[in-house]
Design a protein around this ligand. Structure first.
Ligand code: AMP
Length: 414
């Protein structure tokens, strides 16, 4: 009978089958990021609400509408983390990482929470993996983090991926540009959607993201920041592009690219996948040179990205075959159970995956079960103390030395 309880709206259980491709992805990420010297970091799943208001930005959709905020028993306002960068920067400052050799290169992986309308690829609890490279404004760092995500997606074999690249310029350049953009939007107010019109002065960049037809028409003739980049901003962007060209990472320049977080400066990028439908972004990020100062630290340039684990899995849409077991220990009778338990422990300590019957099955059903779980070999403990080793693929069976069963398993084939 179905339980009256269900996982909350927008959340899901990760069951053993789907957990396998997920584990492969997580391992690949740790491997790819680790090879480039990025160290793991984990931060709490909730933080002071103020951290996200300051870090992500009060005008963003995330802070305005999507945070799971609650008061704890001490009356503090806490929020389930909607993204990872603000928390990593908080940890960087809290633990004095500015005193370490710079840049500090970190990667993370875990659950994040946004109160969004659930649909395929969009959940209220989802998982991200991300990297942050903190303490350098070099375009080499921008190119490196972009390459890390490109490498990971290539290593996993995610099909149909495209990299879009843009630049927002420095804060000053962006401020001047935003005035131009607002003027353009005000000049066409009548053609804009209500939502965009109401936020012209709060967050005009979001107008580029709108699905509304009138708004899209207005945006087609809007000034873009990429065409207005000057001086060091233009040089920085040119260098990032040259580095990507040199390493063969393909991209398209998207002058309308915007991201849903306020903290970005200069480089921004987005990896999209044509297999994903409406929620086509697999991951994205950029440079956030002002964030650490915003959180109370010294000015500290940084760059990073976050990618959605569920989106990558959806794009891969793969079944990873069951892993199977090295061994199953079958007992001819109940009096062999103790021996079987001790032997299972010994095999596992020796690094061999081994299971035994925990459900009181008959000998015949133990063999059936061994087959079902994909055991490659079955060790049969006979009532007289002898043992047999059966190869489940060939069906061949031979006597095994009962005093050396671990060696029998680690040594030659059955
Ligand atoms: P963001 O932190 O908004 O830049 O998002 C980075 C990545 O996280 C996106 O490209 C998505 O792959 C993923 N993501 C963001 N929000 C959600 C969500 N509600 N459900 C699933 N994945 C998400």
């Amino acid at each position: 009978m179905a339980s009256k309880f269900q996982a909350p709206r927008g959340t899901f259980d990760i069951l053993p089958g789907p957990a396998r491709p997920r584990r492969r992805l997580e391992r690949a990420a740790v491997e790819v990021f680790g090879r480039a010297g990025y160290e793991p970091i984990a931060t709490p799943v909730f933080e002071d609400t103020d951290l996200f208001e300051r870090g992500v930005g009060k005008s963003t959709d995330i802070v305005r509408k999507e945070m799971f905020t609650f008061e704890d028993k001490g009356g503090r306002s806490l929020t389930l983390r909607p993204e990872g960068t603000a928390s990593v920067c908080r940890a960087y400052l809290e633990h004095g990482m500015q005193k370490l050799a710079q840049p500090v290169k970190l990667h993370y992986l875990g659950p994040f929470f946004r109160h969004e309308r659930p649909q395929a690829g969009r959940y209220r609890q989802f998982h991200q993996l991300g990297v942050e490279c903190i303490g350098t404004d070099s375009p080499l760092a921008d190119a490196e983090v972009i390459m890390l995500l490109a490498d990971l997606l290539a290593e996993l074999g995610v099909p149909g991926v495209e990299l879009r690249l843009g630049s927002l310029g420095s804060f000053e350049a962006r401020r001047a540009y935003l005035e131009d953009l607002k003027a353009h939007l005000h000049a066409h107010e009548g053609e804009l959607s209500k939502d965009v019109r109401e936020r012209i002065d709060i967050n005009p960049l979001r107008a580029f993201d709108s699905d509304d037809e009138g708004t899209r028409g207005v945006m087609a003739s809007a000034p873009t920041i990429v065409e207005q980049l000057e001086g060091e901003d233009a040089e920085h962007f040119a260098e990032v592009r040259a580095l990507l060209d040199a390493t063969g990472v393909g991209y398209t320049i998207d002058p309308t690219l915007v991201r849903g977080l306020d903290y970005y400066t200069r480089t921004i990028f987005s990896f999209v996948c044509d297999r994903l439908g409406a929620q086509s972004e697999i991951g994205g990020g950029g440079r956030y040179d002002g964030l650490i100062e915003q959180l109370g630290g010294q000015p500290t340039p940084a760059v990073g990205f976050a990618a959605g684990i569920e989106r990558i899995l959806l794009a891969l849409d793969e079944e990873v075959a069951e892993e199977g077991r090295d061994a199953f220990i079958a007992v001819a009778g109940p009096e062999q159970r103790q021996r079987a338990t001790a032997l299972a422990a010994e095999l596992r300590h020796a690094g061999i995956s081994a299971e035994l019957d925990l459900a009181g099955r008959s000998f015949k059903s133990q063999l059936k079960h061994a087959n079902r779980i994909g055991a490659r070999r079955v060790l049969i403990l006979e009532a007289d103390g002898s043992a047999q080793l059966r190869d489940m693929e060939t069906g061949e069976q031979r006597p095994a030395d009962p005093g050396n069963l671990v060696e029998e398993m680690t040594g030659g084939e059955a």
